[in-house]
Ligand binder design. Structure first.
Ligand SMILES: N[C@@H](CCC(=O)N[C@@H](CS)C(=O)NCC(=O)O)C(=O)O
Length: 171
């Protein structure tokens, strides 16, 4: 955080995340997800699946905007009443989003959010609930399909290996 003001000026829009590819700086989470998803085969197998995966990526942006006020206080970026914001901002946003995604999981019926295999939409969900669990323990406990989905995603061998050895990430 102390170094951030220096790096902010180097970022195309003064924000992170930014992916650097062969000297090109690519900002915006969803552009990065699509770029990596297409490159490595996690962006949906057909045109309609790709659109459904992107739809979930966009939904996560809207969702983040809904709970941003709680999140910035919870991780110490801004000052505020964390408990009040959890109940008034985070809980309604979480309930709406996790219910919606539980319904998608139930109707898709493959164990994944889109199609028959893992996509970046599944990674967004499992990373989100894992991160929130660190901030608000028990975050997804009322959503059994979401818990089960996270276990499925985190037990993918390559991901399991990565999660066991990745550098410390605060959230
Ligand atoms: N729409 C952008 C939003 C990026 C964004 O809000 N970045 C925040 C961190 S999550 C940031 O860089 N904040 C530091 C700052 O603005 O100085 C995206 O999805 O990548």
């Amino acid at each position: 955080m102390e170094d951030w003001p220096k790096h902010k000026a180097e970022m195309p829009y003064g924000q992170v995340p930014v992916l650097e590819v062969d000297g090109e700086f690519l900002p915006q989470s969803n552009a990065i997800y699509r770029f990596l998803g297409r490159q490595f085969g996690y962006a949906g197998e057909t045109e309609i699946e790709a659109a459904q995966v992107d739809m979930i990526g966009d939904l996560f942006q809207d969702y983040f905007n809904e709970y941003r006020e709680y999140f910035t206080v919870a991780v110490g970026f801004t000052q505020g009443d964390k408990e009040f914001l959890f109940n008034s901002v985070m809980v309604p946003a979480r309930n709406k989003m996790l219910r919606y995604l539980s319904n998608i999981l139930r109707s898709n019926g493959t164990g994944f959010l889109v199609g028959k295999s893992v996509t970046y939409a599944d990674l967004l969900l499992s990373i989100h609930t894992a991160g929130m669990e660190g901030i608000a323990p028990g975050f997804s406990n009322d959503f059994p399909r979401i818990l089960e989905h996270r276990e499925r995603i985190e037990s993918i061998p390559q991901l399991k290996e990565y999660l066991a050895h990745r550098p410390f990430a605060p959230f």
